[in-house]
Design a protein around this ligand. Structure first.
Ligand SMILES: [Zn+2]
Length: 226
């Protein structure tokens, strides 16, 4: 399928195929994911989706809840931040360290998703939180993390947020199907995103629009704080 701005902005789900009741991925990504999941199972790793396709509306609702303080804001070091004390731009940076702007999430693409080791997390008897420690030595997803380091590329997957470049906090759990997502990266156009944000009711809109291109490069593309 030829992916257009409507797809990568998350305005449609017509490029998404269901995997189960909750999750869906773009067709080629889905096949590669299922093959990788089988290979992981053969190595006794219960590789499961935490999060897959998310549309613009869902991403907007996460943004808004963080903007008004209904959901907490965290620093890169995972410390709670008081959003009420921040100016608009600082608040935008705080949100975007952990959550993309609507229209600027790789989860819109259907090529990107988050994974965890379900069995191992259950065995750990602690509620799963999707935090870095869980993927580090001693954590329930450490073995999965090591397995992905060795094997994910065989199936076409890369980790765009593996290291911190001054943008998104490191996300060992976020995978992207490179054969399709690299095509999307090449077709992204800031004008379409600008138009979409302009007609959206969103907290921090004026500031967001003023800094849109820099924010998009720094966070969505994880290009670092240039
Ligand atoms: Zn993710």
């Amino acid at each position: 399928m030829n992916l257009t701005a409507r797809h990568w902005l998350g305005l449609t789900d017509e490029h998404i195929q269901p995997i189960d009741d909750i999750h869906g991925l773009e067709k080629a990504t889905k096949h590669a994911f299922l093959a990788m999941q089988d290979a992981a199972h053969a190595d006794n790793i219960d590789l499961q989706l935490v999060s897959s396709f998310r549309d613009f509306k869902k991403q907007l609702s996460i943004w808004q809840r963080k903007w008004i303080g209904e959901l907490p804001l965290y620093s890169i070091e995972n410390e709670l931040i008081n959003g009420a004390k921040l100016d608009d731009l600082a608040k935008i940076h705080a949100i975007m360290s952990w959550s993309a702007m609507p229209g600027g999430s790789r989860h819109h693409w259907g090529t990107d998703f988050d994974v965890f080791d379900r069995d191992s997390s259950k065995r750990s008897k602690k509620p799963f939180q999707l935090i870095s420690q869980e993927y580090q030595p001693g954590g329930p997803c450490y073995e999965l993390n090591c397995w992905l380091n060795e094997r994910a590329s065989e199936f076409g997957f890369i980790r765009p947020y593996a290291s911190y470049n001054g943008g998104v906090a490191p996300e060992a759990w976020h995978l992207s199907y490179e054969p399709v997502s690299s095509q999307i990266v090449n077709s992204l156009d800031i004008v379409a995103l600008h138009q979409q944000i302009e007609k959206t009711e969103i907290g921090g809109k004026a500031t967001l629009l003023r800094h849109l291109e820099a924010l998009f490069k720094r966070y969505t593309l994880n290009g670092g704080a240039a």
